[in-house]
Design a protein around this ligand. Structure first.
Ligand code: CO8
Length: 262
């Protein structure tokens, strides 16, 4: 049996925390770690009550310092390299396609495949001490788990090209200014802030929560016309859903709503 490098715990109703626990290699991603992340995601998705997933790394030094360089160094043919890249890309895409809202708790270095994982998650909250970058160029390679595409969508092509072609990392504050992370907090309050946000989300009407993610994230790829059509369609379904009726009625009756996910 391989080592256990990923743990999953339910921290409150609807909220799970996935932790990559390979601290001695700064939580670097090898094939086993990717498999274990996927197995954890399967478990979260199989649980109908899941609303939010927080992803973080073990220790105070790294979120994830990249794909495992030792494993990359052993790849000796193009097909295997392509398969490894495709493996990571597919997995990270699953986080985006999930109806569960995902939060990256960036507790330290988020480099290479680590930044690529964080960028595939929905919200990014970083500790002041975090450093984020795509240093693959220093290894003679480029990002292969989605970095060339997601970084440019988040920070624009000029900054993305600078980060990818120079390999220079940015501080958490710089990442915030670039729109690469949503919030920067002291390291010792990082998990509390993520849990606070997760709690707020987990109490919302589940169908509206999932629709919010699908529509906002989809807006990156759709035309405005298509996005507006999809918004109106989702709005119309939610407006007459049981939770839509309950939410508006509860407001009028000045009481908290009781949402049921239908
Ligand atoms: N892979 C494997 N091991 C790693 C990695 C990594 N990405 N990062 C750190 N480690 C290991 C180190 O080798 C070291 O191990 P040991 O103690 O056995 O020597 C241990 O973690 C601690 O690291 P350091 O001693 O280097 O710690 P420092 O504080 O001196 O430095 C750094 C921290 C700056 C984070 C440094 O470790 C570093 O530069 N790491 C590599 C960062 C990097 O280049 N990441 C990109 C990797 S490539 C990638 O992600 C490609 C993604 C797409 C793949 C597509 C596949 C085809």
């Amino acid at each position: 049996m391989s080592d256990v490098w990923v743990t999953l715990e339910q921290v409150e109703a609807g909220v799970h925390r996935l932790r990559i626990e390979r601290e001695r290699a700064l939580n670097a991603l090898n094939a086993d770690v990717l498999d274990q992340i996927e197995a954890a995601l399967d478990r979260v998705e199989a649980d109908q009550s899941s609303r939010v997933l927080i992803v973080t790394g073990q220790g105070t030094k790294a979120f994830v310092a990249g794909a495992d360089i030792e494993a990359i160094s052993r790849v000796d043919n193009q097909a295997a390299a392509r398969a490894f890249a495709a493996r990571g890309q597919r997995l990270f895409q699953r986080f985006e396609e999930s109806s569960i809202i995902t939060i990256a708790a960036i507790n330290g270095y988020a480099l290479g495949g680590g930044l690529e994982l964080a960028m595939a998650l929905d919200l990014r909250i970083a500790a002041h001490s975090a450093r984020l970058g795509q240093p693959e160029i220093n290894l003679g390679i480029i990002p292969g788990f989605g970095g060339t595409q997601r970084l440019s969508r988040l920070v624009g092509p000029g900054q993305a090209l600078w980060m990818i072609s120079s390999g220079e990392p940015v501080t958490a504050e710089e990442a915030k200014a670039l729109g690469l992370v949503d919030m920067v907090v002291p390291a010792d309050t990082l998990m509390d802030e993520c849990l606070r946000r997760a709690h707020i989300l987990a109490e919302k009407a589940p169908l509206a929560l999932a629709a919010s993610k699908r529509l906002v994230m989809g807006s990156r790829d759709w035309t405005l016309e298509s996005g507006l059509n999809q918004e109106a369609e989702a709005f119309s379904r939610l407006a007459v859903s049981a939770d839509g009726r309950e939410g508006t009625q509860a407001f009028l009756e000045k009481r908290p709503p009781k949402f049921q996910g239908r």
